[in-house]
Every structure is written in C-alpha cells, then in structure tokens.
Design a protein around this ligand. Structure first.
Ligand SMILES: [Zn+2]
Ligand SMILES: [Zn+2]
Ligand SMILES: [Zn+2]
Length: 550
C-alpha cells in the first residue's frame, strides 16, 4: 500500500488563488522597494518591539498545558483546563526556520511568503527578501549565516543551515530561548540510534559538511551535541508553508510542539500562521508562529494529540509510516481496532447486491496500477493523458468500489484538479463533489484536509456556474477552517470573502437570473481567470506534518 497524499497544502495553488484573486479587488502584498537593499555591516534596529506586540496579539503562554508522562508514549502534554473546538491552546514562534534549498530565490527568507519579485542580500547573494522591512526583521537570524556563507564560498543544504541557525540562537539565548519553553533541546529525542544504515550515512555527511561550514569564530560544539541537534531536526522539524498554507516552503523547529504526541484520530490540529507581515514598518509586524488548536471538546487532564500522518491511509500503512519516520509503534484506538479500514477498501452495494471480494480486489489492484501511470503523466505535465487514464480507470472501477474507497477518492481528486485546470468545470465539479462526500464519511468533521477539499470543491462549483452548491460547500469549508485555521489566517479570510461574494451572487441569481448571468459574464471578461497554475504533483505538497530530510 502506498501513502495517499491528500494534505490540504497539496491543493494546486491556482485553483484557490485564481478565484480568491477574482473575488478580491485588492490584495495586501509587501511593498517592494526598487533598489536592491545593501546589507549594512551594523545591525539593523532592534526588533524587540515587534516581539512584544505579537505576544500581545497571541499569547505565547503555556499555562494551559502541562508536561506529563504519557503511558506508553513517554513525555506528552495535557490540558490543564477545558477547551472547545477552535480554541488556541498555545501558539509559539520557531527557534529558527529556513527556506528549502529548491525555493531559496522564490520565497522570502524572513516572512516565508512567495513573491514574484524578491531582492537579494547584497553580501551573501543567497538570502532573498520581499523588501527592506523583511530584511531588517530577518537580520538577527541571518547575520552570522551571511558571514559564514561568504567565508565558506558556497551555500550548505537546508539541514545544515537550520542546525547552524539553531546553534547560533542557542549560543546567544541559552538552551531555553523563552520563559514559555517547556523543555530544552537537550531533553528532546534525537533517535540517532534508531536510524537505518543509509539514513545514518547521509546524516554523517551533513555533520561533516557542517563542521567545514561552521565558522572558527563561533562557539565550538562537540560532535555529539551537533549530532543531537541534527537528530532533533530530523524527527521534529516542522514543515513551514507559504502564506496561504498551500505549499511547504521550508522547515523550522518549534520546541513545545515537539512535546505533543501523535494520535491517528487526534483532538488537536496544528497550523502555521504567518501573522501580520504586510505592515510597512517592522514594529507592526507580528511573528510567524504555529498554533495548536482544539478540534472539539477537550477535558481538563486529557492528553493533547495531533496526527503526524494523514488519516486517509489504512491503519497498517499509517503504522508503517510512523515507525519508519518517527520510530514508534502506533497503538491508538483507530490503529488497534482498524477503524474505518473496511470503508477505505470497500466494494459498492448496488440494489442490495455486493461485489465479491475477488471483484473488489481486482478493481483495487487495477486502480493501484493506474495511479502509478497517472502520477507519471502528471509529472510530465501531460494533463490530457491524466484525464484519459482517470476516465479509463473510473469506467471499470466506479461500478465495483464504494465511494469511500481511498484509491477511487484519489482518482476523483486528481481528475477534478486537472479538469479544473483545463477549464472543464462541469466535469471538475462533479468529481470534486464525489471526493468531498467520500471524505466526509472518513475524516473527523473538523479535519483540515476535509475543509480544504470542500473549499476546492466549492470554488470548482462556482466556476461551473453551480452557484448554490458552490456556496454551500464554501460555507462548509469556512465552518471547518474557522476551527482548524482560525479567523485571522489568510485562507480563512479568503473563504470569508468568497462566502460573502457567493451569497450576494446567489441572492442576485434568485432575483433575476438574466441580470445575474450578464453581470457574471462581464466580471469574468474584465478579469479572466488566467491565474490558474499548473496542477502540482502530490509529491510537491506537504505529505506529512513534520518535515523529513531528503
Ligand atoms: Zn518577506
Ligand atoms: Zn546575506
Ligand atoms: Zn494510530
């Protein structure tokens, strides 16, 4: 069995942004200064004010949680008071974070926004920023790195850059960088002893290169300590997404989050909030932070959990992923009782007649084979081929497999995405609806992936002119994202705008269909939906919560 990547952030950027762009007349973007900023040799002004401001906005207090010994899991966090759906249990800034090597010139190294026009650091020519404000805000993190890259003569990989940034930070602030930090980095697991041979080999190469890169003038560390830091990053590094939460663009370390254990059916979700980065002055910036949010009622004393892997996978597959990536055996209720595994591999019942196990197995194997072909066609960007493969597959398997079968869901998801890109909106809408209906039977009602899928389906229905269904789905997505992302997240704000817009359109449509259609035509002509990007391969999205070194 293979993992099914249905992470919300693997949604193609264009599907959502296109409509968001259409709906919103103005978008807050960082103003980009015209000249390339020169890195000053002196430190930019201190940024303590902005840290105070952000902590006033979202308290980084950890008084709602306590560290305890979780039976069978080691250390964990539990609630010290009652919580309800959508409550922020805690929020915290990263000790440090870096942009992926592959996106180093496309993502701002300070605010992690994707921008078309970035400006290079005049010194190292490696770090890129939206503007001088971002450069100033990121200077404390970049200062030593900038000098080290210049001296080293090349740029080390993302693991080494992150380990270095963390060590410089620790050297400056000590093992506990804030009062709210519940454990030192020393206390976190590194699992170096559990690594497989080939993984260990790459690990050692990183440490070797780190030692070459690390400046003589910086505080020297033992190889054991350095290896521990690399190990901690390896099993606790958290994927940092771009400002819309649609693509993984970097990796960071959030020390308190590391203490939250896994459950396949968790009571919390974690989301990255970029805070306010659009203000032109650094003092109004608020920091990028993660938020641990409650998915439903949590009682005082209950352990807080998040899912490290996507629930859509069968329990056996989830357990395998967790073992190889996070080095533990999952004994959660859903794994031990194999809850919903039957639905995920089920055949469909037509007029009380079920297909035989043999038929279901045959259709499942066939689907699996076609998924492989589909991925290859998708990687090549041959989207018409993708459509052909999906349709061929569906013709054979739709009559046999249940609407909760995870391979069928995967085919519907890919097909709707590609059809929306090719602007066959009616077709795209139909498959998106099937996908959401299947997801609703599998996922927790407040699952972020479900919310993002409903958003995508809502947008597609709107594009297909099915305004009523579209509006319903957008409302559903909005209700979920208010819990999982919160009202200040850019995607929730986009959804709010879409909800208002579709509501208005729906009212107009009910009053006068003709006027509505002519206005919509005019609006579409005025601002055609050409912002749609190519559908990305699932590989490019965020497969798992925590980042894995490559
Ligand atoms: Zn920026
Ligand atoms: Zn630099
Ligand atoms: Zn489990």
């Amino acid at each position: 069995m293979r993992p099914i990547g249905t992470d919300p952030r693997s949604v193609p950027v264009g599907t959502v942004q296109g409509v968001a762009g259409y709906f919103r007349t103005s978008r807050e973007e960082c103003a980009v200064a015209t000249e390339e900023p020169e890195t000053s040799q002196r430190d930019p002004p201190p940024v303590s004010l902005c840290i105070q401001l952000s902590s006033a906005e979202a308290p980084a207090s950890m008084e709602n949680v306590a560290v305890f010994d979780s039976p069978g899991k080691g250390r964990g966090l539990r609630a010290t008071k009652e919580f309800w759906a959508g409550d922020v249990i805690f929020s915290e800034a990263s000790i440090s974070a870096v942009v992926f090597d592959s996106l180093a010139d496309r993502i701002c190294h300070s605010c992690f926004r994707r921008q078309d026009k970035l400006q290079r650091c005049g010194q190292c020519k490696f770090a890129h920023y939206c503007d001088r404000t971002c450069q100033r805000a990121g200077w404390a993190e970049h200062k030593q790195e900038c000098g080290a890259i210049k001296a080293y003569g090349k740029v080390p990989n993302e693991n080494i850059r992150l380990a270095s940034r963390i060590l410089w930070r620790l050297d400056k602030d000590g093992g506990v960088v804030s009062d709210a930090q519940l454990a030192t980095l020393e206390e976190l697991e590194d699992h170096v002893a559990d690594m497989q041979e080939d993984e260990l080999k790459e690990f050692k190469v990183d440490i070797h290169n780190f030692l070459d890169y690390w400046p003589r003038g910086s505080k020297q560390h033992t190889v054991d300590h350095i290896s521990h830091i690399f190990g901690v990053i390896n099993c606790n590094g958290f994927s940092v997404s771009d400002q819309r939460g649609l693509q993984a663009v970097g990796v960071g370390l959030f020390p308190n989050l590391c203490l939250v254990n896994h459950d396949c059916w968790p009571n919390c979700t974690v989301i990255l909030n970029h805070g306010n980065q659009s203000a032109v002055d650094t003092m109004f910036h608020s920091q990028r932070r993660i938020e641990l949010r409650s998915l439903g009622k949590i009682s005082e004393g209950e352990e807080l959990t998040v899912a490290y892997v996507d629930y859509i996978n069968l329990s056996e597959e989830r357990q395998r992923l967790l073992k190889t990536q996070y080095f533990f055996d999952c004994t959660c209720e859903h794994c031990t009782k194999r809850i919903k595994d039957d639905l995920k591999m089920a055949g469909c019942e037509v007029d009380g007649v079920k297909p035989s196990d043999e038929q279901v197995k045959e259709a499942t194997d066939y689907c699996f084979e076609m998924m492989d072909k589909l991925d290859k066609a998708r990687l090549k960007g041959d989207y018409h081929e993708v459509v052909k493969i999906c349709k061929e597959c569906l013709e054979k398997t739709e009559p046999v497999l249940a609407d909760t079968h995870i391979y069928l869901l995967r085919i519907w998801s890919s097909l709707s995405e590609v059809q929306a890109y090719l602007q066959y909106f009616d077709d795209a809408a139909e498959y998106a609806r099937k996908m959401v209906e299947g997801y609703m039977k599998l996922y927790h009602p407040n699952n972020a992936t479900l919310g993002m899928a409903a958003m995508r389906a809502g947008v597609t229905h709107w594009q297909a002119g099915q305004i009523e269904v579209g509006h319903g789905m957008i409302c559903k997505a909005y209700a979920i994202l208010m819990v999982t992302h919160g009202p200040t997240h850019p995607i929730t704000k986009d959804l709010e705008a879409m909800r208002v817009q579709t509501e208005m359109e729906l009212r107009m449509f009910k009053q006068n269909e003709y006027v509505y259609h002519s206005m919509r035509e005019a609006a579409l002509k005025n601002k055609p939906m050409t912002m749609m990007h190519e559908p990305k391969s699932v590989e490019e999205g965020i497969k798992n919560l925590f980042h894995r070194r490559k």
